[in-house]
Design a protein around this ligand. Structure first.
Ligand code: ATP
Ligand code: MG
Length: 230
């Protein structure tokens, strides 16, 4: 079982390919310290989403090791690993049920107060209260009437409640209006506090707010530095 972590993440000479003869990474190495926000950028097919697959151990590396707080992720149970690594994919997972249930998700012991408080912190509360039945509004699988931005706000609240120390976000590419973008940026700022985050970034605002940028291309990280340095 993985003990509670601070969120120190090391990739040590990682070589990986979905097919062994076709590598995506070759000796990819980096060290991310607790609390850092890393923006991952790079051409399509470069391996950005593959980073998510490797940290959450949907796939095992061919060579090298991935350490979280110095612990090889192969040495702990998948459940205990994934309890501390939150993944938010481009297409937010929504199931048929109330907004309350969708935020509670795996955290079955969360009280209504805790759920509402999480929603307030990530700036989701306001739009929820504008729905017919507030938190008791039933939403359909795939979000139904909710906009992409609203679905993201629900996933922010869900993730804050789950409280993982390492967060991975594949930012939505779908177009959202400026006002929603500002709201999402605000919510995200609060969500990221005290966590290590990897964001596959599509918005300039996210890149600007990151501590470092990883440009992935040609099987390794080409450049890393803050937005000001690049
Ligand atoms: P995009 O910007 O388009 O999302 P990406 O940088 O996230 O691209 P990845 O999804 O990590 O790229 O894919 C890297 C390479 O691995 C691509 O050539 C892709 O076709 C391949 N690939 C991705 N997922 C799988 C999989 N599950 N099985 C086999 N090959 C895969
Ligand atoms: Mg991708």
């Amino acid at each position: 079982v993985m003990p509670p972590v601070k969120g120190d993440v090391v990739f040590k000479e990682i070589t990986f390919g979905y097919k062994p003869e076709q590598t995506i990474f070759e000796k990819l190495s980096f060290h991310v310290k607790p609390g850092e926000t890393i923006a991952i950028v790079g051409p399509t097919g470069a391996g950005k989403s593959t980073i998510i697959n490797l940290i959450s151990r949907f796939y095992d590396v061919n060579e090298g090791e991935i350490l979280v707080d110095g612990i090889d992720i192969r040495d702990v149970t998948l459940k205990s690993l994934r309890d501390q690594i939150g993944v938010m994919l481009q297409d937010t997972f929504i199931f048929s049920g109330t907004i309350m249930e969708n935020i509670r998700y795996g955290k079955l012991d969360a009280t209504e107060e805790e759920i509402i408080s999480a929603a307030k912190i990530v700036r989701a509360h306001e739009f929820i209260m504008q729905q017919k039945k507030g938190y008791q509004t039933v939403i359909k699988e795939r979000g139904g009437t909710l906009s992409a931005g609203q679905r993201q706000l629900i996933s922010f609240a869900r993730t804050l409640l789950a409280d993982p120390k390492v967060l991975i976000l594949d930012e939505a590419t779908s177009s959202i209006d400026t006002q929603t973008e500002i709201l999402l940026q605000e919510g995200l700022d609060y969500l990221l506090k005290g966590r290590t985050a990897f964001i596959i970034a599509h918005r300039l605002s996210t890149i600007k707010n990151s501590t470092r940028i990883f440009y992935i291309a040609d099987k390794v990280i080409q450049e890393s530095g803050s937005h000001n340095e690049l």
